[in-house]
Ligand binder design. Structure first.
Ligand SMILES: [Zn+2]
Length: 295
């Protein structure tokens, strides 16, 4: 059932390249041309989400906002950043001049801030996926523990990006949404992302099943938010051919942006910094600090 979503998902008015509004100038525009890649997906539409009250998206769990049009997809990647795999995903996305939504794990962001900075530099949207990927519905976790998992995850991603605010989007580990935490992220005005099309890439050893699973579900459903993992080798190999298949199938990519950035909480920034270790926040891109001069 289609629900009125206009009040919450506002299609960015300034979609024409070159006329993007000032605060959204970076990346918030449709991309119709991709130098050297005539068959690129680009970005067909940019949508901005007003995350007040913590709306949920992805029909596997949340059915209130059916905002995608026929043949539209949103590309989402969880559990990174990860050496080798995340850069492969970034390369495939760049080859199609298209944009995705990433949900990094806080710990991984702390281990590989350089890779996460590459994700940000490429103009992708970055939300969070908790600190250590615990199932927040596990009864052994207290409510305070679960909140700390969420907030430390947000802080770690922000710290890894040099203290920048991140997008007000979260994906719960294993797509488990305990009611208390749904309420909590609502109070923080963070939108929750479930999925429409689960790639099950974590079960795949090779790229082919990932591509077939996504295309089969997509051709049946006609559109959707696709869940993949830049952490997974299967997806790192699948994503290039999958994007080719999406283009050939007439699918269009929608990029998601938050209306307001999400500010991490200072007390959790301190905790995250301590656990991550020193020097991350002010680090320059690695290539400008270290280069091989002989080998
Ligand atoms: Zn995950």
């Amino acid at each position: 059932m289609r629900t009125s979503f206009a009040f919450i998902v506002a299609v960015s008015a300034a979609l024409v390249a070159g006329s993007a509004s000032a605060q959204n100038a970076e990346g918030a525009k449709v991309i119709t041309e991709c130098a050297g890649h005539p068959n690129a997906l680009g970005v067909a539409r940019v949508v901005e989400i007003d995350t007040t009250g913590g709306p949920g998206f992805g029909f596997e769990h949340f059915k209130a906002y059916d905002f995608l049009r026929d043949k539209e997809v949103v590309l989402t990647f969880d559990d990174g950043p990860w050496p080798g795999h995340t850069p492969m995903v970034l390369k495939a996305l760049a080859d199609h001049c298209t944009k995705a939504l990433f949900f990094p794990i806080g710990k991984h962001a702390g281990w590989h801030p350089e890779i996460l900075k590459q994700v940000a530099a490429a103009g992708h949207t970055i939300g969070s996926h908790t600190w250590s990927h615990k199932d927040l519905s596990n009864k052994k976790l207290t409510e305070e523990d679960a909140k700390a998992e969420i907030e430390k995850g947000i802080s770690a991603v922000s710290v890894a990006l040099g203290g920048k605010p991140i997008a007000p989007f979260i994906r719960f580990p294993a797509l488990r949404h305990p009611p208390e935490m749904v309420k909590y992220v609502g109070s923080r005005n963070i939108a929750m992302f479930s999925t429409d099309i689960d790639s099950f890439d974590f079960k795949a050893r090779k790229p082919e099943p990932v591509i077939e699973t996504v295309m089969k579900k997509l051709d049946k459903r006609g559109k959707g938010i696709i869940l993949m993992h830049d952490f997974q080798g299967s997806t790192a190999l699948a994503i290039g051919p999958l994007l080719d298949r999406l283009h050939a199938g007439g699918y269009k990519v929608v990029q998601i942006k938050g209306k307001e950035a999400l500010k991490s909480l200072p007390e959790f920034d301190e905790i995250a910094k301590k656990e991550i270790g020193g020097g991350v926040e002010n680090a320059r891109p690695m290539s400008s600090v270290i280069k091989t001069i002989s080998e």
